[in-house]
Design a protein around this ligand. Structure first.
Ligand SMILES: Nc1ncnc2c1ncn2[C@@H]1O[C@H](COP(=O)(O)OP(=O)(O)O)[C@@H](O)[C@H]1O
Ligand SMILES: [Mg+2]
Length: 318
């Protein structure tokens, strides 16, 4: 790093040329870091390596601009020890597969000497639809299984259900099954053939048509929220599936959910998390690369990127 800045950040993310800058939370963090004069370096997860016990990546200096199509400039690539940075933002998107898990193991070698956000070991231990089951009283009735008999019994008890992959993301393969839906048998077979792990069966929450709220917590504290309302002909509220972002406040129950989760997130170094709440029921705790902060600011909410950097700087100063 030729022109070493007082504060140096490396971001591990998916290819920056492909991001949608208007919706990308990582990009919001990069813009804010750039504005603050932090040194920024960029690499994709495939660039990481362990060499004689030290973690390296081929990084490139990065500058960013909030202009579609001209949103980044990269400098010359250089093999660099990740311990040279003050902070590493681990921000690649799922799939949460073995490639993902491998990078968490490698980043664990530099953390916490170099602060990795979020803490890689805890990201690994907190798959979004499994971690949330530590708080069953906050969730809708939920079953994780691949047993036909168990799903039939759950359906008989709860009526309309949702089936979704345990490690799915972005609304992929999320199905609603009404009572008596004759597609259930085939859908069961399809899930059983497609997935090796058990999957999620959940009570269908009809109020989803009013939205699935994304609530952002920074170091375990409520920071901001956006409601995502699905299109009339789709179950899924995810913005990548056309869910419409709407300004929102928290209900008393949602505040209580944040207070319950806060300490569990803080103690795990899960500094930037996004939880999903439908009709007051917690369905997911997103810890890999939560999104929503650009939408929240655009709708007149707080500048969460600034809040996140403030927290990171305080943590490093300690
Ligand atoms: N139990 C449910 N009841 C009603 N709608 C649901 C339920 N679970 C998921 N959905 C709908 O499907 C979308 C995606 O499901 P989610 O569990 O958040 O998985 P993903 O990780 O793919 O975002 C939600 O935003 C919501 O619109
Ligand atoms: Mg979701």
């Amino acid at each position: 790093m030729a022109d070493r800045k007082p504060f140096n950040v490396a971001v591990q993310m998916d290819p920056i040329e492909r991001i949608n800058i208007g919706g990308d939370s990582t990009f919001a963090l990069l813009l804010e870091a750039d504005k603050r004069g932090y040194g920024l370096s960029y690499y994709t997860p495939d660039q990481i390596a362990l060499v004689d016990g030290e973690v390296f990546a081929t990084v490139r200096p990065l500058t960013v601009r909030d202009v579609e199509g001209e949103h980044f400039t990269l400098g010359e690539a250089q093999r660099t020890a990740l311990s040279a940075f003050d902070v590493i933002l681990m921000r690649q998107d799922p799939p949460f597969d073995l490639a993902y898990i491998t990078t968490t193991h490698l980043l664990e070698r530099v953390h916490p000497r170099t602060l990795v956000v979020n803490d890689p070991a805890h990201v690994r231990n907190a798959p979004e639809k499994l971690f949330v089951t530590e708080f069953p009283d906050l969730m809708p009735p939920t079953l994780i299984t691949r047993s036909l008999e168990e799903i039939k019994a759950f359906r008989a008890k709860h009526g309309d259900i949702v089936m979704k992959p345990l490690h799915g993301h972005g609304g992929a393969a999320v199905f609603a099954l009404k009572v008596g839906d004759v597609n259930f048998g085939s859908l069961y077979d399809m899930f059983a053939a497609t997935f090796r792990e058990p999957w999620v069966v959940q009570k269908f929450l009809p109020a989803v048509k009013e939205g699935d709220k994304r609530i952002i917590l920074v170091d375990g504290e409520f920071a901001g929220a956006v409601n995502r309302v699905p299109q009339a002909d789709d179950l899924r509220s995810n913005m990548v599936r056309g869910g419409a972002a709407r300004a929102t406040d928290l209900t008393a129950r949602e505040r209580a959910i944040c207070e319950r989760l806060g300490p569990a997130l803080r103690v795990r170094g899960l500094l930037f998390t996004g939880i999903d709440v439908i009709d007051g029921y917690l369905t997911e705790i997103n810890v890999t690369s939560p999104t929503g902060i650009r939408a929240i600011k655009r709708l007149g909410g707080p500048d969460i990127a600034a809040m996140i950097w403030d927290r990171i700087v305080t943590k490093i100063a300690k």
